[in-house]
Design a protein around this ligand. Structure first.
Ligand code: TRP
Length: 453
């Protein structure tokens, strides 16, 4: 393999384009919908600290590794693992890692799209003025009525999947890049506005205290696993999404600096979302542990009662849908790239196949909130099971393998050359994190959960 190898899908037009796309992938429902509700379920501050530590010590080094693997091979994650294992003289079985990633992408997108459908439906609700003057009880009724209807959820899920596939079909440069170019900055501004509203409630201090004052007695072993899993989820790691984006990355771009920027932005967005939401939770006497409906039961209260709330409400949910879109396209891109590169499909055919499979899988999540809400496997609804299986197990296992591969299997001269760090010390720090700290941390958290520790 030569260093000048080109991806058959083309390249990002610039470093900025990659940053936008990868940030677009990272920032999504994970930050604004999931982070607040799992923080609420796991007791607040202590959970947040574990999550931040995981981003720093596990997420960032693995994100660098994943980008690096993709850029070196310039192919879909499955072929990347085959080529790079070959180059390092390692076992062929590494390509199963690529397969697990493709599977995780399908499973995640199947529920991601349903929740993104909720956000889409809320654009319409905001538009028709449903939240106007409503209190916490009225807003909860709106949410409960909505998720009780499988037909409505199916409609919005279908619409969101269609939008995702329409963007993906257009390919890297036209589709993915254009879609994220102006969304991220707008979302950021709106979140700041929501934080400003939260400051006007009397519960601002209580909300911020909940987020940032750790009480480790509230954190269970499963809470630690959820925090770690979320570090992978929110940075889009462990399944090849960042790898496939890295494969479109031009050669001369510094991976390290780019990754710091992406991870930093992602973390700030999540914390802002938390700061915006928890004061409203407490001011309205809601439960922090309300679950997946949390943002849909809190933010509309703000929109219904603040000046300009009609306008900002529409804008907020529109932005949320776009943030979700720029993430969902990265969940399916590894599968599409594989179908195109290996199965000789056109991009259109690949999109129809992979989109239809994901759409069908989505039924499991849709029914979890209504007709099958009592149907539990291992004490979890299908939605909860999919979330646990992917975010808490598949992504950390994928990340563990990526760390081992980048740290122990690949030749040092290759990783050093590919990462091209500004100085020897930062390379050494990365090497220690990727060889020892990240794999050991994932392993220990797993042991902790199965009760060995
Ligand atoms: N990171 C996205 C979010 O926070 C979700 C996502 C996109 C993702 N691509 C991924 C999660 C790949 C895991 C793997 O909403």
């Amino acid at each position: 393999m030569t260093d000048t190898k080109k991806s058959i899908h083309g390249e990002w037009s610039s470093r900025f384009a990659f940053i936008l796309a990868a940030t677009g992938s990272a920032v999504g429902l994970g930050n604004i919908w999931k982070f607040p509700y799992i923080t609420g379920e796991n007791g607040g501050g202590a959970f947040v600290i574990v999550y931040l530590l995981c981003v720093l010590l596990i997420g960032i080094p693995i994100m660098m590794a994943e980008t690096m693997l993709g850029r070196r091979s310039r192919q879909n994650p499955i072929n990347t693992m085959i080529t790079l294992a070959d180059e390092a003289g390692a076992d062929k079985n590494w390509h199963y890692l690529g397969w697990m990633g493709v599977a995780a992408g399908f499973l995640i997108l199947s529920y991601y799209s349903v929740i993104a459908g909720w956000a889409s439906a809320y654009v319409l609700k905001a538009f028709t003025g449903s939240f106007f003057g409503a209190d916490a009880t009225a807003i909860k009724v709106i949410f409960d009525d909505f998720v009780a209807s499988p037909v409505k959820l199916l409609f919005w899920h279908s619409l969101f999947m269609l939008a995702t596939m329409l963007i993906v079909v257009r390919g890297v440069n036209t589709g993915l890049e254009k879609a994220v170019r102006f969304l991220m900055p707008s979302l950021f501004v709106l979140l700041i506005l929501m934080v400003a509203y939260a400051m006007t409630t009397d519960s601002y201090d209580q909300g911020v205290k909940f987020l940032f004052t750790p009480d480790f007695s509230k954190l269970t072993a499963n809470g630690v696993l959820t925090a770690m899993g979320h570090a992978f989820f929110t940075l889009s790691l462990g399944m090849g999404a960042i790898m496939v984006y890295g494969s479109y990355l031009p050669k001369d771009v510094s991976i390290a600096k780019t990754v710091y920027l992406i991870a930093g932005t992602d973390t700030v967005v999540a914390l802002l979302a938390g700061i915006a939401i928890f004061p409203i939770v407490f001011a309205s006497g809601l439960e922090p542990a309300a679950g997946p409906g949390l943002i849909f039961q809190t933010l509309p209260i703000a929109f219904g009662n603040m000046t300009g709330g009609w306008f900002f409400g529409i804008l907020f949910f529109v932005m949320l849908v776009f943030a979700a879109l720029s993430s969902s396209i990265s969940l399916i891109e590894p599968a599409v790239a594989w179908l195109v590169e290996n199965k000789d499909m056109s991009r259109e055919q690949a999109c129809i196949w992979s989109g239809s499979v994901t759409w069908l899988l989505g039924f499991g999540t849709i029914f979890s909130f209504n007709v099958w809400s009592e149907f539990k496997i291992f004490d979890r609804t299908i939605f909860q099971l999919l979330d646990y299986l992917t975010a808490n197990l598949m992504l950390p296992i994928g990340g563990f393998c990526i760390a081992v591969f980048a740290g122990w299997i690949m030749k040092q001269q290759h990783t050093e050359h590919e990462l091209d760090m500004p100085n020897a010390l930062s390379y050494q720090v990365w090497k220690i994190l990727i060889c020892y700290v990240a794999p050991a941390a994932v392993f220990l958290v797993f042991l902790h959960v199965v009760g060995v520790l």
